[in-house]
Design a protein around this ligand. Structure first.
Ligand code: AMP
Length: 308
């Protein structure tokens, strides 16, 4: 079993979509990543921080999926990070209504000793200095470090972000952010520029239009499964990342061919995550359901054409 360290927010989310509204439910990048990675044979740990108001029941839920939660610090008297968002009718765009950093404002990540030699490190979307802090705590050079980031850090902490980008093997980023980071409209040019910044692999997420994996001159495209119903896209990117790293940690193979499969595994799990509010769908998912949809992915993209 490969070891995986996940750093990311653990949060309360309040979400509004055209289909309904939730009160504060379990959210944050790390639970989405962890629950997706838990679908594979991995030994994973979440490194994060919550307040005293965070229900033990949520920690138990993560632990029940074999996720080590000893690296989730509980701050006495503190309040858990809170995020609230409202989706527009097309579900592709959303407004952030509230971001209360609370205990996340002073987050000083501590990787548990037994995970400092993990082969795979997943740096969820957070301040780049926190991401760098986690890399610096690893006592053995990880085989693969994967970074997720967003426009906020590109705009507000570009220097710090470049320092961490330089130290990772894979970056996952959405199309608009890739353009913003590189000033290139063409995603092929943008990916080439990002590879020059450090990462050998660049994953560009295009929401309902799938994801692209770039490595040297190779490009691989994975579609998103066309779904009848998307209920809540929150955490789709994190679920994708969790499936991606979970599969790699399990297979212990960081070659391009294997990373192609990791992109498919991530896309597959993300297609489930959006079917219910928050992390709900991921907690009830079965191997049979996952495999059935993997076959749909295969059927969707395979064709046999005669080249004349
Ligand atoms: P995504 O839909 O992939 O953008 O991820 C949504 C998750 O990210 C939610 O569960 C939020 O709690 C979390 N989130 C939102 N804003 C931030 C932030 N500034 N830092 C860390 N996590 C955040």
């Amino acid at each position: 079993m490969g070891k995986l360290v996940i750093v990311g927010s653990v949060a309360f989310d309040a979400i509004e979509t055209p289909f309904g509204k939730t009160d504060k439910i379990l959210g944050g990048a790390a639970p989405f990543i962890g629950l997706a990675a838990a679908q594979f044979q991995v030994d994973s740990a979440i490194v994060s921080v919550v307040g005293e108001d965070f229900p033990q029941e949520y920690l138990d839920l993560l632990a029940s999926k074999n996720i080590d939660v000893s690296g989730i610090e509980i701050v006495k008297g503190g309040k858990t990070f809170f995020w609230s968002g409202k989706y527009h009718n097309d579900l592709n765009t959303r407004d952030t209504l509230v971001t209360e950093l609370n205990v996340m404002a002073d987050f000083d990540p501590k990787v548990p000793d037994s995970y400092k030699d993990a082969e795979v490190v997943m740096l969820g979307n957070l301040h780049p200095n926190i991401q760098l802090g986690v890399i610096n705590q690893m006592t053995v050079q990880p085989k693969l470090i994967v970074l997720d980031t967003m426009n906020y850090w590109i705009e507000n902490t570009p220097k710090e972000l470049m320092a961490v980008i330089n130290k990772v093997d894979v970056i996952t980023i959405n199309d608009e952010e890739a353009r913003q980071l590189t000033n290139e409209y063409s995603l092929v040019k943008a990916a080439a520029k990002i590879q020059e910044m450090g990462p050998k692999y660049v994953v560009i997420k295009k929401g309902e239009h799938g994801a692209l994996l770039f490595h040297d001159s190779h490009i691989f495209f994975a579609p998103a499964l066309p779904l009848e119903e998307v209920f809540d896209p929150t955490g789709a990117g994190d679920t994708f990342a969790g499936g991606f790293v979970g599969y790699i940690a399990q297979s212990r193979n960081i070659g391009f061919e294997n990373l192609k499969n990791a992109v498919i595994q991530g896309s597959n799990l993300a297609s489930f995550s959006v079917e219910r509010f928050g992390t709900k769908r991921m907690t009830s998912l079965t191997k049979e359901e996952i495999n059935k949809r993997l076959l749909q992915f295969k059927a969707l993209t395979q064709f046999d054409i005669a080249i004349q």
